[in-house]
Design a protein. Structure first.
Length: 256
């Protein structure tokens, strides 16, 4: 029997990481503490290969409600940052090499009541991309679904790309509540971009726009996106930095 996809959980009150397989539901209630606002950072952190990644996280991320990272290495420095400033950090390893794991990682100041890891193999490589759904309680008793995505990159056509997005979209369409759907979608072709917009329309999501749009792009097509529903967008910004090969996205929402 094939092993279920899994995630590593780094909780602020526990010394060791937990490994959770498949869907996980928890009977815990830790809503986001800020009354009516939700602050989010989305960033492909480039496996922390640049020297100043931690200073950017500390300056712009430590007081946020959510940080959605792609290409995150679960290094001691990142785990320590997560435990110091967030209630829990969840990583879905796309790649595991000896003791190192790399993949999407969601840091939250609330404890998830539901989590579901995804892992999709790249067609031509022995590597994979990961995604993560987590659901958190809000102060108004609604449940916020957060989807952290790193889309497959190297593929001919869009079959694998479509399958990855569709497997996630089914969960979003079945969720009755606000949603944040964000990450590095590797939309380097017109077909990929069209497919992403098609699915986000089906999910009832809006795209966050940026006035000074310096997101990483390929042939003038941005790769990083934040989509949402059931929230009110108050502020959006792209932070220019050399701490990664992608620029972080910073967004403030108001909870309806």
């Amino acid at each position: 029997m094939a092993q279920k996809n899994h995630l590593f959980r780094f909780a602020s009150h526990k010394n060791n990481r937990e490994t959770l397989y498949g869907e996980t539901r928890l009977d815990r209630y830790y809503p986001f503490s800020k009354d009516n606002r939700l602050t989010v950072m989305v960033w492909n952190i480039y496996k922390q290969q640049k020297l100043n990644w931690l200073s950017i996280l500390k300056e712009y991320g430590k007081d946020r409600d959510l940080i959605l990272l792609q290409e995150a290495k679960a290094s001691n420095e990142l785990v320590e940052f997560s435990k110091a400033h967030f209630l829990v950090g969840d990583q879905v390893p796309a790649i595991e090499i000896t003791k190192d794991s790399y993949g999407v990682m969601t840091l939250a100041s609330s404890y998830p009541v539901y989590s579901r890891p995804f892992r999709t193999a790249e067609p031509f490589l022995r590597l994979a991309k990961s995604a993560l759904i987590t659901v958190y309680p809000l102060f108004d008793k609604r449940l916020l679904m957060v989807v952290n995505v790193h889309s497959v990159n190297f593929s001919l056509g869009v079959k694998i790309y479509r399958e990855q997005i569709q497997s996630i979209a089914e969960h979003v369409m079945n969720h009755n509540g606000p949603v944040i759907f964000a990450g590095d979608f590797n939309t380097w072709s017109r077909k990929r971009l069209h497919l992403l917009y098609l699915f986000t329309r089906r999910m009832g999501l809006k795209s966050v726009n940026f006035d000074d749009d310096c997101r990483k792009s390929f042939f003038k097509s941005p790769l990083d996106f934040i989509f949402y529903r059931g929230l009110i967008l108050e502020k959006s910004e792209v932070l220019q930095t050399d701490a990664s090969d992608h620029n972080p996205l910073l967004v403030d929402f108001r909870i309806r």
